[in-house]
Design a protein around this ligand. Structure first.
Ligand SMILES: [Fe+2]
Length: 455
């Protein structure tokens, strides 16, 4: 017995020494970002090839080609998991950053746009949610080529950048075919979003789960930002949507955040058909106890809104209790038979949060001046055309005003916008990006451009 143990130990030691030392940065990720104010601390989660090994790392944030060193202020090693706590520079400007870790052999590990330095969440917030995206890539044999879904997604990204929500939620079925190139393309598209993205998987992700996990990360997670928490649940697996272990995790997560404002997303709706089948009553009770204002889903490719009793509401969007909201497809085939909206179209949900109260969350589909019962905002009805030379044309076919939009104008030197309010300037290579706050009235068609400042 003692001899067997000695042989095993020797074998393990040889393996430990012979295998290359590697680690994987599990978090933060683009779809599971760290959201914090400059000067605050976030945790990086590493999985190590060799238990007990502590890689020597240099860490920094990068944005627009500028580096900001990170200060290691704590670490925690548990077998092959190493958590490193980094303090962000207090003078770094707000925005999305790449996290870069460089090991002692000079190899760079980069998690793009995974850290966002932001002010604490405001009382009034704007959030955009979308699900069931267009199909990216041209397909085999040249999957990485441009497909029609890429042009559609690029337009949606431009619209969301104009709306400029505080957060973007991506609620699953983000790539329909499951090839690695779809996730690669998805990642590319999401890098163009200015707002932080919080992503969860859907049933279609199980066709290419390795690709999803590699690019987007954990199937279920929670992202905290100040007094706000985003809980993303994994309902993607057909036979086993909300396991006992996931529900136990959810109970703990909610319990630890009893003072937080909590927003929930899961790909499958909780009610009606093609839904979550297990632990529905327990979950509804849990969300009611915590006064969760909204639970967001996709999957149906249709707009619908349920109350906590599972009743599809057609009497208006404002009723007591948690709103269970399914959002139309952003690009996948529409299913109007499952929709209670005035009209079915591709789109996304734009909603407001005032404290922990849900504000407006539906679009005025029929144009009567009142938000509809369940309609999402339509995609492809807001043209944003870069005219070059510091000018952008905005043409809205929305039947409601978009207040407090943000448009980005580029020039080689510091100028001022001829309309709206200049929020800030950012240097990007040899260009200066001017971010301008502007209202876009319903049906408006206008050009905003950079001009010389008045003396
Ligand atoms: Fe789905």
């Amino acid at each position: 017995m003692r001899r067997a143990l000695a042989v095993f130990t020797a074998f393990a030691a040889i393996l430990w020494a012979a295998l290359p030392l590697r680690f994987d940065v599990r978090g933060p990720r683009l779809g599971i970002p760290a959201l914090l104010a400059p000067g605050e601390v976030f945790t990086t989660d590493l999985h190590l090839s060799h238990p007990g090994w502590r890689p020597a790392l240099e860490a920094r944030l990068e944005r627009d080609g500028v580096s900001y060193p990170l200060e290691l202020v704590g670490d925690h090693l548990a077998w092959n998991r190493l958590e490193l706590d980094y303090r962000t520079p207090p003078d770094a400007p707000h925005g999305g950053y790449d996290l870069v870790l460089v090991d002692d052999s000079g190899v760079e590990h980069r998690r793009e746009r995974s850290v966002h330095l932001l002010p604490p969440p405001a009382h009034d917030l704007r959030i955009v949610q979308l699900a069931d995206l267009p199909t990216f890539g041209s397909g085999p044999p040249d999957g990485f080529g441009e497909g029609p879904g890429d042009a559609e997604m690029r337009q949606i990204v431009r619209e969301i950048n104009l709306i400029r929500p505080d957060y973007v939620l991506l609620s699953g079925d983000v790539a329909y075919v499951g090839g690695w190139f779809h996730y690669h393309k998805l990642h590319e598209h999401l890098l163009d979003l200015e707002s932080p993205v919080i992503c969860v998987l859907g049933n279609h992700e199980y066709k290419g789960l390795a690709g999803y996990l590699e690019t987007m990360g954990a199937p279920r997670h929670v992202v905290d930002h100040g007094d706000l928490s985003f809980v993303s649940l994994n309902t993607g697996h057909g036979r086993d949507q909300l396991t006992a272990s996931q529900f136990t995790w959810l109970e703990r997560v909610m319990d630890e955040r009893h003072d937080q404002r909590v927003i929930v997303q899961m790909h499958h709706p909780l009610f009606w058909k093609r839904k979550v089948f297990v632990r529905v009553d327990e979950m509804v009770e849990l969300f009611a106890d915590h006064e969760v204002p909204i639970v967001l889903s996709g999957h149906w490719h249709a707009d619908n809104v349920f109350d906590e009793h599972g009743v599809s509401r057609t009497d208006g969007p404002d009723f007591p209790g948690t709103k269970y909201v399914t959002t139309t497809a952003a690009g996948a085939e529409l299913h109007p038979d499952q929709s209670t909206a005035f009209e079915s179209y591709h789109g996304y949900r734009v909603f407001e949060l005032h404290g922990n109260q849900l504000g407006r969350y539906t679009y005025d589909g029929d144009g009567d001046g009142q938000p509809d019962t369940s309609s999402s905002h339509p995609a492809h009805r807001m043209l944003i055309e870069d005219l070059g030379d510091g000018g952008v044309r905005i043409a809205s076919s929305w039947n409601e005003d978009l207040l407090g939009a943000t448009v980005s104008l580029r020039s080689r030197r510091e100028l001022v916008p001829d309309k709206g309010t200049l929020l800030r300037r950012r240097v990007q290579g040899d260009m200066i990006l001017h971010e301008v706050r502007i209202d876009v009235p319903a049906g408006a068609d206008f050009v905003v451009k950079l001009v010389e400042p008045r003396p």
